[in-house]
Each structure stands twice: as structure tokens, then as C-alpha cells.
Design a protein around this ligand. Structure first.
Ligand SMILES: [Fe+2]
Length: 383
């Protein structure tokens, strides 16, 4: 609220442009570093993208050692194994190349490079952020998907085996030193994944905008981020080579993650639960829930009015029901489901899913206060 005290963090350096990845070696060379760790995954290796990046660095006289075993739901083992490679190779910086998983693992290797294990002691939910010092190596984030926006975020989510919990590791010092937004690196993403990750970016912007907090910076960014998604995602899905649409989606993704410093909502809380219990892809989970959670939220008058105010941003009338219809049509055109009917969610699991969602850090900032039974109600209408 305007008469209260607030802190905002918007310091990420962003280098945007088709082909801008070619400039990363010289940006790093300026700091006098000559050997670093590349964190990526096997899927990208098969697509040949890490090889191109390694060649760019070799041509600039910088050695890149690779750790490419990042899993789609990254684990502490990924972090520990990558940290060993980092230390044993004598690396002095980290480049993460990929989607949110590689960026999260890269960010956490940055922490473990200079901090003692085990990782679970840095659990943000247990106050672990206070243990993270600003003595870490430089970190450069290069997204190859447009959705998570992890390249501008200060946290990572890692599955810790000892506690069997997706754990948030957070510190302002984990913010990447430079985010490289190169739309040419995203042109190979298949249409289905482009659509799902793009809707994740849209939901970040929407849920952040909806959070009831005084944050005009985030609100402005979120509105523009949503407009970019609605104007460009379909174009990027239909023609993956469309650099303009790809570039706008990369921006919308970074904008969403910048805006959600304000918080997220119940859509993400349930998506996280479905990720843990059904291994559902995060972007796809967000898409399946979007209409159900929006209808739930707009039963609350304040949330309804706030959504209605987005009409001009989304190209329809300032009317909440029209916006729901617009989003529903948009998902259909993107060939994404707007319910959970095809995912065989067991009705016996709804209690377990709700328990996880209510405890998720995204839940308390939802535009409507979520109480016991609400998540089950939302899910019963979607399965
Ligand atoms: Fe998300």
C-alpha cells in the first residue's frame, strides 16, 4: 500500500537480440576469466545448441567445461555433480543454457561453489537465505525456452532427496549477472512446448498482476507482458522461425518472472502440486488450470474488477466474463487443454493435491483467499 514501506529489486542486466549469444564470450573476457562451467541438458545436446556455444567460447580463447545431466525436475544430485565438475575443473564462472531446470541448477551450483553442503540447510522456507553470502562466482543465464523467466529470478527450485521436497533456494545474490535473451536460440522449440511454456509466462504475468500489493512497477510490466503473450504466442506456435514473435515471447517471459517478485497465485500452487504428484509438465499444468482458477477467483468481487480492468490490454471489452471466454478460445487455438479430463487425475488424490497446494508459497498471495476445500472444488470441475 502506498503509505507503507516496500523494497523492490530490479537490477538484472539484460542483453537482448537475435545472435547476441555470440557476444557473451567477449562480455566474460572483459572480467579476465578464461575457464568456466556450461550447465545444460541432454535434450539440448541432441539438438546441437551447446556445441555451438562451446565453439563460440573456444574461438574467443575461453575454455568451457560441460555438465549436461540436468533433469527436467532437477535434483540435488544434479547440483552436487555439477559442483564437483565446477571445482575440479578450476572454473571461475558458470553459464546455464536451457530452460528453467538448467538455469535453476546453474544458479544453485553457483551457491554450492562457495558454500558448504548439504543443500537443504539453505531451504528458503527455513530461513536458509540468511546463510547465503555474496562471495559466489559470476553466473550468466541463457534461456532456450520462453516461459519460466528464471534468467531474471533470484531463486531456484531443486528436489532434495533427503527431504523428498521441491525446495526453494533463494538469495538476492543468486540473480544472474547477465541474462542473454537471444530469440534465435528458441526457434527449435517444438510447437507444443512453445505453447505450454508461453502460457506459463502469461500466467506469471496474470497472477502477479492479480496479487493485492502496492507494486506499480510489477503491475505495469505484467500488463505489457500479458499483451505480448496474447499478440505473439500463437504466431510463434504457428511459425517457430518467426524471430519477432520468438523475441517478444522471450521478453514476456522475463517480464513475467520480474513481475512475480510480487507473488503468484492458486494456479501455480496447484500446478506445482500436479508436477510433484503426476509429473505434469509445468506449463501444461498451468494451461489446464487457467480457466478453472480464473472462474474461481472472479467469484470474489475485487478479483473480478481487477481482471475486468485488463480488457483493453488483452484486446477485448473490460469485462471479466469476456476475458475468460477470450482466454478459453486462445487456449483452444494453441491446442492446449483447458481442463484435466485427459490426465486421469484420481479423485482419491484430490485431498493430497489440495494439501500440497495450500502449503505452496504461491497460494497465500492469490487474489482470493484460498481456504480448505477450495482447491478440491476447483479440481472437481476440471477432472
Ligand atoms: Fe510458472
Amino acid at each position: 500500500m502506498p503509505n507503507q514501506r516496500h523494497s523492490y529489486f530490479y537490477p538484472t542486466r539484460i542483453e537482448y537480440g537475435p545472435g547476441v549469444i555470440q557476444e557473451l564470450p567477449s562480455m566474460i573476457k572483459e572480467s579476465g576469466r578464461s575457464k568456466g562451467l556450461l550447465v545444460t541438458d541432454q535434450g539440448l545436446e541432441s539438438a546441437g545448441i551447446p556445441e555451438k556455444v562451446r565453439n563460440l567460447f573456444t574461438d574467443s580463447g575461453i575454455e568451457l567445461i560441460t555438465y549436461n545431466e540436468v533433469k527436467s525436475n532437477p535434483t540435488c544430485e544434479n547440483v552436487y555433480a555439477g559442483t564437483i565438475v565446477y571445482k575440479e575443473s578450476g572454473s571461475t564462472f558458470i553459464v546455464a543454457l536451457g530452460g528453467g531446470s538448467s538455469m535453476d541448477v546453474g544458479k544453485t551450483i553457483k551457491v554450492m561453489a562457495t558454500h558448504e553442503g548439504p543443500l537443504e540447510q539453505y531451504d528458503d522456507a527455513l530461513g536458509g537465505d540468511c546463510l547465503i553470502q555474496n562471495n559466489m562466482p559470476p553466473f550468466y543465464a541463457v534461456p532456450t525456452t520462453a516461459g519460466t523467466g528464471s534468467e531474471v529470478g533470484r531463486s531456484s527450485v531443486i528436489l532434495i532427496k533427503a527431504t523428498n521436497k521441491k525446495t526453494i533456494i533463494f538469495s538476492p545474490f543468486m540473480l544472474p549477472d547477465i541474462a542473454i535473451l537471444d530469440p534465435e536460440l528458441t526457434v527449435g522449440l517444438p510447437a507444443g512446448l512453445t505453447a505450454a511454456t508461453g502460457v506459463d509466462a502469461f500466467v506469471h504475468n496474470l497472477e502477479a498482476f492479480w496479487v493485492d500489493a502496492f507494486h506499480p512497477f510489477a503491475d505495469g510490466i505484467a500488463q505489457r507482458g500479458m499483451a505480448l503473450c496474447v499478440k505473439n504466442l500463437e504466431r510463434a506456435v504457428v511459425n517457430g522461425q518467426n524471430i519477432s514473435a520468438r523475441g517478444n515471447m522471450l521478453m514476456a517471459s522475463s517480464m513475467g518472472a520480474t513481475a512475480f517478485q510480487k507473488g503468484l497465485g492458486v494456479n501455480h500452487a496447484i500446478a506445482h502440486a500436479l508436477g510433484v504428484h503426476y509429473d505434469l509438465h509445468h506449463g501444461l499444468a498451468n494451461a489446464t488450470l487457467l480457466i478453472g482458477t480464473t472462474k474461481y477467483n472472479i467469484e470474489y468481487e475485487n478479483a473480478r474488477a481487477k481482471l475486468a480492468s485488463l480488457g483493453s490490454v488483452l484486446g477485448v471489452k473490460n469485462d471479466a466474463d469476456e476475458i475468460v471466454a477470450m482466454m478459453s478460445n486462445w487456449l483452444r487455438r494453441l491446442k492446449l487443454p483447458s481442463d484435466l479430463k485427459s490426465f486421469q487425475i484420481d479423485s482419491n488424490d484430490l485431498k493430497k493435491i489440495e494439501k500440497y497446494a495450500l502449503a505452496d508459497p504461491s497460494c497465500p498471495t492469490n487474489s482470493r483467499k484460498v481456504v480448505a476445500g477450495d482447491v478440491i472444488d476447483i479440481l472437481e470441475r476440471l477432472i
